[in-house]
Design a protein around this ligand. Structure first.
Ligand code: ATP
Ligand code: MG
Length: 571
């Protein structure tokens, strides 16, 4: 298949020559940009906030927050002072280095303040997505033996405090007069706290953040990252997100997921960039409005959001002035080529796909501004990182062969632990010197990597290996298809047959004729063996809260098997 290349963006980019950078890169040079390189004292909160107080950035806006009822902005100096206070609140409670402290609340300025207060006393932060119900909250607090949690009155009932012997302190933001005893009122504690705080200096290998994975493939795993990850957060911010002086950046991910912390908090603030945070639910209108209103220049989002905007139609986009945008990126799921073409058409922007995982702690593979994009490809490895394809014995495969996407270990932001689960951690490193991702991909002759699906989702039909992503991408090219999830279904003759679950765009109705038309569309556009034998129309596909299609759930439904852990699934 002939692949179209989309030329690099014009205008200044921080990275101008990928090949040269890749050949000469040295992480040790990045380390030198941090204060701790000279002092030996390290803490993410210092590098991302306090350090800027010594420069002109002091009074620059760090955070622009808005939701339906609030609109506020905070400078680096203000965030630094508020988080000092919250650090003191925690320290007065006896919380110290290594303790796990969770935040469980909607996106709000208080979330970001608490976040840095926790880091400043050397504790490990555990972010929880606001939509988690009681069982999901219990699992994570129990697994990590959290000692404290910051929450809101609305979410408080979902924390089973009495069943969690380690949980000593519950801090409530916006508590009312009649709230239960034993709770700490955030506002009151903050008003009594000193703004002077001696930050807890830690070792770069000390625990910083404990993220539970998205739960797309099974029970979420507690992934521990250390302060050292800042090296990668800083440099990927420069070269992938292309942070420059004066940028207004919006990362749409919630801090409950790794994108919302690594690239919604750490990377922009390490780079001193103004960060937009939007509370509330997704609607295409609200999102376009956010870009227009704050003159967002760099926008980092996810395929599910782009697909929903695409589904809302081109007419809607035209009602907004999105001309401030100069760089658009996507992560979390494969980015269908159709979406890339749509981005070119409506934003006049390339959407730069990049690949990484909770476990990798930072971006690993990306489409860089200075290089041509092949729509459907994740791009190339970040300088200083070697990513490739291995067979099932751990040998590197030649170009164009599908296999295990793997990364040479270690790299700066690599996870250091799966919480209390050494065996699980070691599974990722089963081939000496390699981290094996669990994703299936191939590398083409130009070194571009192409995602095929989760290893367990790759379909074996009549002796052909088919990646579900390829089929799904072809399906969403059809004008009637909004989203598609493809699975392999056991079949006595063919090994597996392909079944597609499809949600239709507004204005289309399920019918036998449409089914046949869609099947034919894939057969003629991709390959006969890749055309779904079975198609089922559904109003919605099962997705994680972070917007990923849960193929394991589709498969379980189809085969009548137990669905497993559903704590991260949307309503
Ligand atoms: P769990 O590990 O709990 O099953 P998860 O793998 O979805 O959940 P995350 O760490 O949030 O949890 O997601 C990482 C995964 O997301 C990757 O392994 C990959 O399958 C997918 N992914 C991320 N970015 C991309 C991308 N650009 N293209 C294709 N897939 C991507
Ligand atoms: Mg995973």
């Amino acid at each position: 298949m002939k692949v179209e290349m989309i030329k690099p963006v014009e205008g200044h980019s921080n990275l101008t020559n990928y090949d040269e950078a890749y050949a000469n890169f040295d992480w040790a040079e990045v380390e030198k940009q941090f204060t701790w390189y000279e002092t030996g004292k390290v803490n993410m909160a210092y590098e991302a906030l306090d350090r800027h107080l010594l420069t002109d950035r002091r009074d620059q806006t760090a955070l622009i927050y808005s939701n339906a009822t609030r609109e506020e902005s905070y400078t680096f100096a203000q965030l630094s002072e508020l988080s000092n206070k919250f650090g003191n609140v925690l320290r007065n409670l006896g919380i110290s280095k290594g303790d796990r402290v969770f935040v469980f609340m909607p996106r709000s300025p208080e979330l970001y303040v608490s976040f840095f207060g926790i880091l400043k006393v050397g504790a490990i932060i555990g972010p929880l997505f606001e939509a988690f119900m009681e069982a999901a909250v219990r699992d994570r607090l129990e697994d990590s033996e959290a000692v404290a949690i910051v929450t809101t009155p609305e979410l408080l009932p979902r924390i089973p405090v009495k069943e969690l012997p380690h949980l000593k302190h519950v801090i409530v933001v916006g508590a009312n007069e009649t709230q239960e005893e034993g709770l700490i009122r955030y506002e009151q504690a903050m008003s009594e706290a000193s703004a002077d705080l001696e930050i807890e200096w830690v070792d770069r290998e000390d625990g910083m953040i404990l993220h539970y994975t998205s739960g797309s493939t099974g029970k979420p795993k507690g992934v521990l990252h250390v302060h050292n990850a800042m090296i990668q957060h800083l440099q990927t911010g420069k070269w992938i997100l292309d942070f420059q002086e004066g940028d207004i950046y919006w990362c749409a991910a919630d801090p409950g997921w790794v994108t919302g912390t690594a690239y919604g908090i750490f990377s922009p603030w390490l780079n001193g960039v103004t960060n937009v945070v939007r509370g509330g639910r997704f609607t295409p209108e609200a999102w376009y409005k956010t870009i227009e209103q704050y003159k967002v220049t760099i926008w980092y989002s996810a395929p599910t959001a782009f697909r929903m905007m695409m589904g809302a139609g081109d007419e809607l986009v035209k009602q907004f002035d999105l001309s401030s945008l100069r760089h658009v990126l996507s992560v979390g799921e494969p980015l269908n080529p159709e979406v890339v073409y749509w981005g070119l058409r409506v934003f006049n922007q390339r959407i730069h796909d990049n690949w990484w995982m909770t476990e990798t702690g930072g971006q690993i593979i990306s489409n860089f501004r200075c290089m041509p994009i092949k729509p459907g490809s994740m791009g190339k490895p970040f300088p200083g990182i070697y990513a490739t394809i291995l067979d099932d014995q751990g040998n590197e495969l030649p170009p164009n062969r599908m296999g295990n996407l793997a990364v040479r270990a270690p790299w700066p932001a690599m996870m250091r632990q799966i919480w209390k689960n050494k065996a699980k951690y070691e599974e990722y490193f089963r081939f000496p010197g390699w981290y094996v991702s669990g994703d299936s991909a191939y590398k083409d002759e130009d070194g571009y990597l192409w995602f095929q699906g989760r290893v367990d989702d790759v379909i074996n039909t009549s002796g052909e290996r088919v990646g579900p992503f390829e089929v799904e991408s072809k399906l969403v090219e059809h004008p009637a298809v909004a989203e598609a999830g493809v699975i392999g279904k056991p079949d006595p003759v063919r090994g597996e047959v392909i079944k597609a679950f499809i949600s239709l765009r507004a204005g289309y109705e399920p019918s036998e004729a449409l089914m046949e038309e869609i099947r034919k569309f894939v057969k003629e556009g991709l390959a006969a063996h890749a055309a779904p034998r079975e198609i089922e129309f559904r109003d919605k596909l099962p997705k994680t809260r972070s917007g990923k299609i849960m193929r394991r759930v589709l498969k379980a439904w189809e085969l009548g098997l137990p669905t497993g852990d559903l704590s991260t699934m949307e309503d």
